[in-house]
Design a protein around this ligand. Structure first.
Ligand code: PLP
Length: 281
């Protein structure tokens, strides 16, 4: 298959799957999702993604239609149906199907899976960024489907010819990007926002920190400011879609690109870990 859609047990090409209008996601964006890359039928960091997916569903009081083990084997079976070697595996659970009413009744959620071909980005080509005041709500640690502020910021970045929008809060504290985490390197130390309610604890972020540990690069999980971002030796952007990128422009000004050695060590380590895990037999 070229792509795959799954909805509550039904499997077909994405364009053939239809969803009931009363799926609560249509009225409220009432759901959580997770996603990650897959290479040669191995989904990268699957346990971590599934743990976060189930943790987020629980945080919103949603009932999963199957347990974690059954879900992992469902995903592992579904990726085998695709022709391409490099895939993006996306899934969400929504709070069931019911007539529109803000309050909800107990019951199992609706499970969606979407799988499509997506090449692995080797992170060698620098990207441009813009900054964007972070006006999102205070549950950024939950991967909810309520993504309108992120959609607007991502579009603003695209319209400006940029890869991502870096969010900051009043006062100038940098949080994350519209669909990635952002980190800086300064004097050989990696700084990354702490995992509080203002950022999504990215799985690629976690693997970047593991790479720091392996390489002996010190890291600090502490807030940093817009000024520190702009003057950093390197700005790194991580997500499961683009594991480790380096930024060279911010709001139209040249930034970063002053510590190739550490950026390259980290980029290589993250990509190598990805290929080691996904190519393991
Ligand atoms: N931050 C936000 C707001 C995101 O939406 C994402 C991914 O979609 C990330 C960070 C990166 O998370 P991960 O590395 O788990 O893909």
């Amino acid at each position: 298959m070229k792509n795959l859609g799954y909805y509550n047990g039904k499997v077909d090409r994405i364009e053939n799957i239809t969803i009931p209008m009363n799926d609560r996601v249509c009225w409220f964006g009432d759901g959580v999702y997770d996603a990650g890359p897959c290479h040669k039928q191995h989904i990268f960091a699957l346990k971590e993604h599934i743990d976060r997916f189930y943790r987020n569903a629980k945080a919103l009081n949603m009932e999963m239609p199957m347990d974690k083990e059954a879900f992992a084997s469902l995903l592992n079976d579904l990726v085998k149906k695709l022709d391409d070697e490099d895939l993006f595996v996306y899934y969400q659970v929504t709070r069931g199907t019911a007539e529109r009413n803000h309050t909800y009744s107990p019951g199992k959620g609706n499970l969606w899976v979407m799988i499509k071909p997506q090449a692995i980005n080797d992170g060698k080509k620098p990207v441009s960024l813009i900054t964007c005041e972070d006006t999102r709500f205070f549950h950024c640690n939950i991967k909810t489907l309520n993504l309108i502020p992120s959609v607007m910021a991502a579009q603003k970045a695209k319209d400006a010819g940029c890869h991502e929008a870096v969010f900051y809060r009043p006062g100038g504290r940098v949080t994350e990007c519209s669909h990635s985490n952002v980190h800086i390197l300064r004097d050989g130390v990696l700084y990354t926002a702490p995992t509080d309610c203002l950022i999504l604890p990215g799985i690629a972020r976690h693997h970047l920190l593991l790479a720091c540990e392996r390489l002996g690069i010190p890291y600090r999980e502490e807030p940093f400011s817009l000024e520190e971002l702009a003057s950093a030796d390197e700005i790194l952007v991580t997500s499961s879609s683009n594991l480790c990128l380096r930024a060279n422009h911010l709001d139209g000004k040249a930034v970063g690109e002053k510590d190739f050695l550490h950026y390259e060590q980290l980029r290589e380590a993250v990509l190598n870990e990805f290929y080691e895990e996904t190519e393991r037999q």
